[in-house]
Write a protein that binds this ligand. Sequence first.
Ligand code: KG4
Ligand code: ZN
Length: 358
Amino acid sequence: MSAISHNPASPTIILGIESSCDETAVALVRADRTILAQRIASQEAEHAPYGGVVPEIAARAHAERLAPMLEGVMGDAGLALGDVDAIAATAGPGLIGGVMVGLVSAKALAMASGKPLIAVNHLEGHALSPRLADADLAFPYLLLLVSGGHCQILRVEGVGSYRRLATTIDDALGEAFDKTAKILGLGYPGGPAVERLALEGDPKAVPLPRPLKGSAEPHFSFAGLKSAVLRAVESGAHQPADIAASFQQAAIDCLIDRLEKALRDHGALPALVVAGGVAANKAVRGALEALASRHAMRFCAPPMALCTDNAAMIAWAGLERMAAQGAEFAGDPLDLRARPRWPLDDSAEAVRGAGVKA
Ligand code: KG4
Ligand code: ZN
């Protein structure tokens, strides 16, 4: 563990690395919320033939791309490693091979430069990303975290303080979008393709279930919806666009119902925030914005590029931790291990199937 060795007159700069799924990403972010440089390499082409992310292929692609991307980002910003105050990398949860590639690289950079390492929880990156885009977003806020691996409602109390109010008992919402796309033959990644096709369809055309809607338990479930989509396609009775639109509407109805319950059970908060890949969906955003306005809450959604996996959110989570810990900040030990599973709220009880990716 090394002390922070930066010039107090200049704002802190953190190098962030993300490699937990199928995006290799590197970013340099400054404490004044400026993204000095960032590069993202998607592995869509590598995984497309398999209709989903193949962990072994992902790890190999991260390993091949990371070093040139690190060099590229430093060059884009015109900075050297000596100008950076700390190195932050995703340390989990995610596909372990990919996480290890990013974390080991960050450790090597930290060791070579004598700068502190910050091991970031990928979910914390998503959870705090709205504050990178919006300087006025204060704690606490109600967060809907919807990605390919997770579907959770969290009360974000502050940096490092997250209370999970709900999670999925089976599939994540992004996973349901991806599987629906696969069933409809739209390819991978599925979310944006389903959203595009849904624009041409009637959301009321196909009767689909709203699993757990109105349930006394707080959680989400999407497995039954996915099976119903499969049956609707196999029946041959519906247009693909109508199925896509009806699926998206059913998913949105579930989100709104569960958020309404969280607000009833736990009380309103000043802001409703959405993060994670599915937050890029305009219909989802629109429904959440309307919900927030009904409850006189501020609605906050980060720009699209900050919703899906990126390294700026990892660097930002590192900056938040540094700022929150102040003089106590020392970075993480270099023997810290990558974690395939790493809940944001350790105290939340385990829920069957929740948070499983790929
Ligand atoms: O946060 P993210 O980039 O990676 C994870 O940490 O999982 O989220 C990826 C997920 C994928 O399931 C993808 O299909 C979904 O987010 N997604 C969308 C949209 N864009 C990405 N889902 C619905 N509509 C979209 N426009
Ligand atoms: Zn993510």
